[in-house]
Write a protein that binds this ligand. Structure first.
Ligand code: PNS
Length: 167
């Protein structure tokens, strides 16, 4: 029985994330989507509870996936959940440096934990939560890159014009 963590900020979850999740679900027995509670350094748009809920509402096609938030070091959370694999999505080459550093540091901290990179469908290669938020929150345009529940929330934020800090 292999438990894998799929960690990230998920601010918010995108169709690219769900694509990677689907691939992970077919490879491992159990997947825990691990939503980082940290939001200060990243200035997240959604708080941790909302980010978890937005993922949870999209889990119905993935019977072996659950979602939780975590704080502290990922390797400690993996140990607690008895997970032996970390799943990360790898898109364009630009992701590589950051992902390589994280994977190496996590291996340094716990050599029994293996990081596995999965590529999403190429239609999600050049998207990120950050860019998607910019497009949706700057004006009138929308993308088809987020699930329906996220789309509704972004529309609502837009409508309320909460003055999201883009920096
Ligand atoms: O979606 P993101 O923002 O690229 O996810 C980054 C995340 C949350 C996976 C990473 O920042 C993380 O693991 N944070 C937990 C703290 C930790 O363990 N840091 C050391 C990892 S090298």
């Amino acid at each position: 029985m292999t438990t894998a963590l799929y960690p990230g900020t998920f601010d918010p979850v995108t169709k690219g994330h769900l694509d990677v999740l689907g691939r992970a679900c077919s490879l491992f027995d159990e997947i825990i989507v691990a939503v980082s509670e940290e939001n200060n350094s990243k200035n997240t748009l959604f708080d941790a509870d909302s980010r978890v809920r937005l993922v949870e509402e999209n889990l119905y096609p993935y019977s072996n996936a659950t979602v939780e938030s975590f704080s502290g070091l990922l390797v400690d959370y993996a140990l607690k959940k008895k997970a032996s694999v970390l799943v990360r999505g790898l898109r364009a080459v630009s992701d590589f440096e950051y992902e390589f550093q994280m994977a190496q540091m996590n291996r340094h901290l716990d050599s029994s934990l293996e990081t596995v990179f999965l590529m999403p469908n190429e239609k999600y290669f050049y998207t990120s939560s950050q860019l998607i938020k910019q497009v949706h929150l700057f004006g009138e345009r929308e993308t088809d890159l987020v699930p329906e529940n996220v789309l509704c929330e972004l529309r609502e934020i837009n409508r309320l014009d909460r003055g999201y800090d883009q920096t």
